[in-house]
Design a protein around this ligand. Structure first.
Ligand SMILES: Nc1nc2c(ncn2[C@@H]2O[C@H](COP(=O)(O)OP(=O)(O)OP(=O)(O)O)[C@@H](O)[C@H]2O)c(=O)[nH]1
Ligand SMILES: [Zn+2]
Ligand SMILES: [Zn+2]
Ligand SMILES: [Zn+2]
Length: 286
């Protein structure tokens, strides 16, 4: 996806890209600078969160793996205990934000247009429409995509990767950058497991461990509400430790970004060079 979509350049940073190009820099330099600018804004966002003791969580997954339904179920269960708010990222439509608002909590929709991920600039803009002093937990629902979102620090404290049981248990092996970035993996739609004889939750976890990622793996169904308690416990614990950190003036960056970011930049650079693009054929003969 990133190889062709030019997704490093987003509405939030394209002015930087133009500026850098006019100075005659090559693609690698431009991309590295863009990622550097993103990381600066991400740190700035994290300062906003830490100042207000907000726990910021980035939800990433394939399209349709159940991010919004899980948020709806979470809000229903916890909205009287914690003050929750949501930033929604989608290519088009306000649908997800409308679903969240219908549950009675604030939601800001970011429509990214062609960009297949959120970046820190977009999140910063969204923060201008939120009252951080009134928020305990901020969920950022990233654009449904198992590749690009893992490469961009948004200023969150934790990355949560969802894997629906309908997608195949080898996804961690196929999308290592995404699954390496996970601080928590949620296996979703487990109510469908009886109808699927080819998804083995243990095998999915095994592939995750092969990436040397020790993140907890929780199995749940937002539809039947099975397994949600462990997820709620994780949230409570994270909020507690975030508040302790904030009190001590400390912060927390989410799991691995730099690997993904470097790959993202290098991949895009390869594809801008005809000499190397032959090594990455877009079509392969069977
Ligand atoms: N059976 C079952 N279906 C679910 C579950 N969670 C979500 N779904 C269904 O899966 C579809 C997609 O769910 P969403 O919550 O919209 O998924 P999403 O990840 O937010 O989708 P995008 O924002 O488009 O990436 C909907 O039809 C949901 O009803 C679940 O636990 N079990
Ligand atoms: Zn991309
Ligand atoms: Zn959604
Ligand atoms: Zn700011």
């Amino acid at each position: 996806m990133c190889e062709t979509c030019g997704c490093n350049i987003t509405p939030g940073n394209e002015h930087l890209a133009r500026q850098k190009n006019s100075q005659g820099q090559d693609a690698v330099t431009v991309l590295k600078n863009l990622l550097g600018a993103n990381d600066q804004v991400a740190s700035h966002n994290r300062e906003h969160f830490d100042l207000h003791g907000v726990l910021a969580l980035n939800l990433m997954s394939s399209p349709g793996s159940g991010k919004t339904l899980l948020l709806e179920a979470t809000i229903e269960a916890l909205k009287h205990k914690f003050r929750i708010a949501v930033i929604e990222g989608d290519l088009e439509t306000e649908n997800d934000a409308a679903r969240i608002r219908a549950k009675g909590v604030p939601a800001v929709q970011i429509t990214t247009g062609s960009a297949c991920h959120l970046d820190a600039h977009m999140v910063h803009d969204a923060l201008h429409h939120m009252k951080l002093a009134d928020i305990d937990i901020l969920f950022i629902e990233n654009v449904g995509n198992l590749v690009c979102p893992a490469s961009f620090d948004l200023g969150q404290h934790r990355n949560i990767t969802l894997l629906s049981v309908t997608e195949g248990d080898d996804k961690p092996a196929k999308y290592p950058v995404m699954f390496r970035a996970a601080d928590l993996v949620l296996l979703t739609k487990t109510d469908l497991l009886p109808a699927l004889d080819d998804f083995d939750p243990d095998r999915a976890e095994h592939y995750l461990r092969q990436l040397a990622n020790p993140a907890p793996v929780l199995r749940l169904s937002a539809k039947t509400k099975d397994g949600l308690d462990a997820w709620f416990d994780w949230l409570r614990q994270e909020l507690l430790t975030q508040r302790q950190r904030a009190r001590h003036g400390q912060s927390l960056r989410p799991a691995i970004q730099s690997d993904g970011a470097r790959m993202h930049a290098e991949m895009a650079a390869h594809h801008s060079s005809p000499a190397t693009s032959e090594k990455h054929p877009r079509y392969r003969e069977a």
